[in-house]
Design a protein around this ligand. Sequence first.
Ligand code: PLP
Length: 402
Amino acid sequence: MEQRVTRQQFNDYLVPVYAPAEFIPVRGEGSCLWDQTGKDYIDFAGGIAVNALGHRHPEVLRALTEQADKVWHLGNGYTNEPVLRLAKQLVDATFADKIFFCNSGAEANEAALKLARLVGHSKKPNEKNEIIAFKNAFHGRTLFTVTAGGQPKYSQDFAPLPPAITHLPFNDLQAVAEHISARTCAVIVEPVQGEGGVVPANPEFLAGLRELCSQHDAVLIFDEVQTGVGRTGDLYAYQTYGVVPDILTSAKALGGGFPIGAMLTVDSLASHFQPGTHGTTYGGNPLATAVAGKVVEIINTPEVLGGVALRHQWFIERLNQINHQFHVFSEIRGLGLLLGAEMSERYAGQAKHLTQLAAEEGLIALIAGTNVLRFAPSLIIPQEDIEEGLNRLERAVARLCA
Ligand code: PLP
């Protein structure tokens, strides 16, 4: 007989790097989840911007099970059909000529930063190696990516850290213009800072970075781990902004819930990587790439991408209504279905508490920092689920304000 699994076991057996909710979801369908007791939740978190097609999407499920019935893993001594199909799909749909596949966002950024350093060394050995990154940025948890991230609290205790990374204020083009030089090998930026509070870049800022990178022969890296694969209403946010990077990193929604990461780049940079310079055992694994191929095929259509703008409107209108009544948010912002609601002064620091109240009401939402309530739902979430989820949010807000 199977033993009953309890939340207490998390505390007993897992390294305590997370503090998960007290309930355990056991089943999902579309934008709904059910916990062990059968209680239902509307899912506005989407597994942190991952489940872009919701839970258990029938076509994605079929892609996974069909591939599972053929071959799961080969290793990089052999290529496979799903990875070749997915690479072509991404090349056809973006600025990129070549793709490197891996398993997570951090790994995609690690590859991007390593490639930028490699390219810099090829131009001016031991000189062109400086990386410009931004305050409050988040790029992952490997030592290199956590150092590139702009929140010292995540990196400082792991010192010594990789050197030659400078953090400048986000959206401050002047600061970049003053700092960038012939020593700069890369600028890495999120088009919308996700973990940092759902803060969209100003269009002039990204366009200016593009210009400065071209002038100084530095590589422009867009970290689209959170903004990518339809979230902003385009396949990638660089298309929303009309600013083309040299390297783009993707993960999260790319696999719709199956772990996969990718670094997209152009031929002139990709050719610096040769057999043996970089790699990972699972990169381009047939199960992951079969799923991602189906996810990209479904999302990269006018119906799904166009639906994002419509859903954005529904969210914004109703959030504004709730705010009109309760004055709980100081700003509601974001692009497409990456939305942030910053807590007003009176409720400063209470975003996490609000998500706990929301969960009691049957709504799963995210935070970004201590002060921003964040939503990253399925891109195809039905209107009635948005309405019901926001009804539940309204009840949670009413309790917070009572
Ligand atoms: N980059 C951005 C913009 C992210 O939001 C995240 C995760 O939140 C990462 C990188 C890291 O991705 P992963 O957790 O898959 O390593």
